[in-house]
Ligand binder design. Structure first.
Ligand SMILES: *Cc1c(COP(=O)(O)O)cnc(C)c1O
Length: 339
């Protein structure tokens, strides 16, 4: 039995999802004539209480579009040093928007309002880049699936208002945060100018992300998507997977979180493991004792057909997901127990 915990992106569409895809009604989405895409966009805009939503092939493209909408070349976005837009989007911030990132040295990918204030360049000091955007990630990816304190996000909104800054949420795993807290999509919609959400992570779709925002900002989004090569035709077949996932795969994320916590408990008892980061959602990050060889540890796991990823400096990551079954879970716990 292969157990793949490298990422929650390794899932394959379920029978029900494929059924929904096969039977989707489609049209040419570049002409905005795909009824299923239009339905998905309308549904997500409404869910977050925003005017508009736009379907993207990837989360990176949705984020990159948001950066472009909020900034002009030469300007600066404030984000955490762990941010996906900084670390994992191929340098897109500079390539696509000509902007730089001012990194905050946060905690597990999160920071506070005072740190934002300190990171803003004075607008009249023309020697430094003009700060125009604050970007946060919830849950944090490199931060180990941590969930933001909503009160802190509100404080940061105030700072953005006072300094005339845009506020973008990379919500690739916002669904995980939502099932874990009392907040609703509307709460997030009220707080942020733009939000990107992924359908291809915990929700189990083969692809797709959606950028959500108010009319004024979103007007330029479809052009930016076109420029980035993201105009798609009969993509309702994929949007149908998204609609299906919203109906069937959101609440079940709690199971992934539960399994992750159980794995964490076993890891904590293992003598070769130095530290397990707090587990709030479906991501587990842990560090091996310095005398343990990471490659050797990964090899031993892969001998059992268990696959996880190394993050450098003896840190490793596991991510639970839709295709990680109860049976796999029991087997994994057994094997870890025997280490
Ligand atoms: C996965 C992810 C994205 C988007 O990645 P794509 O692979 O481009 O879909 C964006 N932000 C975060 C935090 C992610 O984990």
């Amino acid at each position: 039995m292969r157990i793949d915990l490298r990422s929650d992106t390794v899932t394959k569409p379920t029978k029900g999802m494929l059924e929904a895809m096969f039977t989707a009604e489609v049209g040419d989405d570049v002409y905005k004539e795909d009824p299923t895409v239009n339905e998905l966009e309308r549904r997500l805009a409404d869910l977050f209480g925003k005017d508009e939503a736009l379907f993207f092939p990837t989360g990176s493209m949705a984020n990159q579009t948001a950066l472009k909408l909020h900034t002009n070349p030469g300007e600066q976005v404030i984000c955490d040093k762990y941010a996906h837009i900084y670390n994992y989007e191929g340098g897109g911030a500079s390539f696509n928007s000509g902007i730089s990132c001012k990194l905050i040295d946060g905690d597990r990918g999160m920071f506070n309002a005072n740190q934002v204030v300190a990171a803003i360049n004075p607008p009249d000091f023309y020697h430094s880049p003009l700060t125009s955007l604050v970007e946060v990630e919830n849950t944090t990816n490199k931060g180990g699936g941590a969930c933001w304190d909503f009160e802190e996000l509100k404080q940061i909104r105030k700072i953005c208002d006072n300094h005339n800054l845009g506020y973008h949420l990379d919500g690739a795993r916002l669904w995980n945060a939502l099932v874990n807290t009392n907040e609703s999509p509307q709460d997030y919609g009220q707080l942020f100018d733009t939000i990107s959400v992924c359908l291809s992570k915990g929700l189990g779709c083969p692809m797709g992300s959606v950028l959500i925002g108010d009319k004024e900002l979103m007007e330029g989004a479809i052009r930016v998507r076109k420029i980035l090569g993201g105009g798609m035709r009969q993509i309702g077949y994929v949007a149908a997977a998204g609609l299906y996932a919203l109906d069937h795969h959101v609440d079940r994320l709690a199971e992934d979180h539960h399994k992750a916590k159980e794995i964490g408990k076993i890891l904590e008892q293992m003598s070769i493991i130095k530290k397990v980061e707090p587990i709030e959602t479906n991501i587990i990050i842990f560090e091996l004792e310095s005398h343990v060889d990471e490659t050797e540890f990964l090899r031993q796991l892969s001998d059992h057909d268990i696959h996880i990823i190394g993050m450098g400096s003896n840190k490793l990551r596991m991510v639970t997901h839709l295709d990680y079954t109860d049976e796999m879970h029991e087997r994994l716990l057994d094997i870890l127990d025997q280490f």
